[in-house]
Design a protein around this ligand. Structure first.
Ligand SMILES: [Zn+2]
Length: 439
C-alpha cells in the first residue's frame, strides 16, 4: 500500500497502527509485567467504554523508560512511559493522560492537525508501511525515524484543548475523578521547574499554559460531582514498585517501605507493599511474614490474596496458593490477571488440564491480551493437543500483530485438526480473514 496523498482514512490509520506496533516492539523496550500491562489496560478500557462507539481497536503499552512521556499513534495505539507512571500521584492522574491520548486517536487529530510540524509525522507514519517493502537496513532506519517522530508528535493548541476537555469528560463518565487532569498538569509544571534544562518530552509536546489550566478547571467544575469510584491507590503504588524495582537503586525501595511500616506497623497496605518489594528482591522469609501479617489485618482484599497466591506459587506451596487465588476470585470474580496467575500456578504444579481452564477464562475475559493464549498454546502442546496448541499460539501472534507467524501457526494447526472439525473450521475462518487483510 502506498501512502495516500492527504489525510489517511480510518482503514489506513488502523493499518498504520498495526504496522507501527509490530515495528515498535523492535525499537522500544516494554515493562515485562502482566500486572503493569493489566493495570494500564484496565484504566484505558474503562475510559474507552465511557467514550461511546469506537472505530478503532485500542492497545496500551508501557515503555520501560524513565522519561516522563506518553504518545498516541493514529488507529488505536497508546504508549505510556514508565517514568510517567512513576511520577503520577493518583490513578486519576493516569486516567487523565489516557483520556487525553484516547481523544487524540478517537478524534483523528493527527489527520486534522495543523499544529507544529504536522506533515512530517504523518508521512513518517506512512513510512512505517513502506518500510515493509524496503530492504532491511533502509526499512529499519525509516521505522526508527517514525518511532522518534511519534514520540514527539505535537498537536495544535485547539486540538490539545479538545483532548483536555473531552478526555476529562470521558474519564469522569468512567468513574475517575476529573480533578486528576489538573493534578497532572501541576505534576508536569513541577517537572519543568525541576528540570529547566532537560525538559521532559511530554512537557515539550504538551506545554502547561495558563489557558490549558484555566480550561481544565472550567471543565472539571462543569462536570460537578459525578459517580467517582474510589481511587485504587494500592495498585498504583504496587505498579510503581514493580517499575522502581527494575531500576539500579532497588534496595532503597525496600528500605523506604520498611521505614514506613516501622512508623505504621498496623497498616495492611504498607505491610503488603513492603512484602511485595521484599519478594521482588528475593527476601522470601521476610516477605512471607509481612504478607501474612497484612492478610491478618485485612483479609478481604482481592489484590492481596492474589499476591499471596503468587508468593506461595513461588515457594511451591500449591495448596496455600490455590486457597489464596480462590479467595481472590470469590472477592473479584472476573479478573483475568488472577486467572492468568492461577493458570501459572497450576501449570507449575503439573495440573495442566486445570491450567488450560484457567488460561481460557483469562483469555475470554481479556480477548485482546496476548499472554493467556500464549500460555494456552504451550499447555495444549504439553497435553499433546497440538491442533489446539498451534491455534492459540496463532492467536497470541495475531495479538502481537505478527500476522505472518500467526498464519504459519494456523496452517500447522489446520493440518493436524483437518478442515472438517469444529476447531479446523475456526482456524480456516481466521486464515481467511488474515489473508484478506494482507491484500
Ligand atoms: Zn496531547
Amino acid at each position: 500500500m502506498l501512502p495516500s496523498i492527504g489525510p489517511p482514512t480510518e482503514d489506513e490509520e488502523t493499518k498504520i497502527s498495526r504496522e507501527f506496533r509490530r515495528e515498535a516492539r523492535k525499537h522500544l523496550k516494554f515493562v515485562n509485567s502482566p500486572e503493569v500491562e493489566r493495570f494500564v489496560d484496565r484504566i484505558g478500557r474503562r475510559i474507552i467504554s465511557a467514550a461511546g462507539p469506537q472505530v478503532f481497536d485500542y492497545r496500551f503499552f508501557v515503555v520501560d523508560d524513565n522519561q516522563l512521556n506518553a504518545f498516541a499513534v493514529p488507529g488505536g495505539s497508546i504508549y505510556l512511559f514508565s517514568g510517567l507512571i512513576e511520577r503520577a500521584k493518583t490513578t486519576d492522574e493516569l486516567a487523565g493522560v489516557l483520556g487525553h491520548e484516547i481523544v487524540h486517536i478517537k478524534g483523528r487529530h493527527l489527520a486534522r492537525n495543523s499544529g507544529p510540524d504536522p506533515i512530517s509525522v504523518l508521512s513518517l507514519l506512512s513510512m512505517v508501511l513502506l518500510a515493509r517493502s524496503s530492504s532491511g537496513a533502509q526499512a529499519a532506519g525509516m521505522v526508527g525515524q517514525a518511532v522518534a517522530a511519534a514520540r514527539q508528535a505535537s498537536y495544535s493548541r485547539q486540538l490539545e484543548m479538545e483532548s483536555d476537555t473531552l478526555g476529562a469528560r470521558y474519564m469522569a463518565a468512567a468513574g475517575f475523578d476529573p480533578k486528576g487532569v489538573i493534578g497532572f498538569l501541576k505534576t508536569l509544571d513541577q517537572e519543568r521547574a525541576l528540570n529547566p534544562i532537560d525538559v521532559p518530552a511530554y512537557v515539550m509536546s504538551h506545554p502547561v499554559t495558563q489557558e490549558r489550566v484555566a480550561n481544565a478547571e472550567l471543565v472539571v467544575k462543569s462536570l460537578g460531582a459525578s459517580d467517582i469510584r474510589p481511587d485504587d491507590l494500592d495498585t498504583l503504588k504496587k505498579v510503581q514498585t514493580i517499575i522502581r524495582m527494575e531500576r539500579p537503586n532497588r534496595d532503597t525501595v525496600v528500605t523506604e517501605y520498611a521505614k514506613q511500616v516501622q512508623q505504621n506497623p498496623a497498616n495492611p497496605e504498607l505491610l503488603h507493599l513492603l512484602a511485595f518489594a521484599q519478594q521482588l528482591k528475593g527476601d522470601l522469609p521476610a516477605a512471607k511474614r509481612n504478607y501474612e501479617q497484612a492478610r491478618k489485618l485485612k483479609p478481604d482484599h482481592p489484590g492481596r490474596q492474589r499476591d499471596l497466591g503468587q508468593f506461595y506459587t513461588q515457594t511451591e506451596d500449591f495448596v496455600a496458593a490455590r486457597a489464596a487465588f480462590d479467595r481472590a476470585l470469590a472477592l473479584e470474580p472476573n479478573e483475568p490477571l488472577t486467572y492468568l496467575f492461577l493458570g501459572q500456578m497450576l501449570e507449575k504444579s503439573g495440573d495442566l488440564r486445570s491450567a488450560a481452564g484457567a488460561y481460557l477464562n483469562a483469555h475470554n475475559l481479556a480477548p485482546h491480551w496476548d499472554r493467556p493464549p500464549q500460555r494456552l498454546g504451550f499447555v495444549y502442546g504439553k497435553l499433546d493437543r497440538l491442533g489446539d496448541g498451534h491455534y492459540y499460539l496463532g492467536r497470541s501472534y495475531l495479538l502481537q500483530d505478527e500476522d505472518e507467524r500467526a498464519i504459519a501457526e494456523f496452517e500447522r494447526g489446520l493440518k493436524i485438526t483437518g478442515a472438517n472439525t469444529p476447531r479446523g473450521q475456526v482456524i480456516a475462518e481466521e486464515l481467511k480473514v488474515l489473508k484478506n487483510r494482507k491484500k
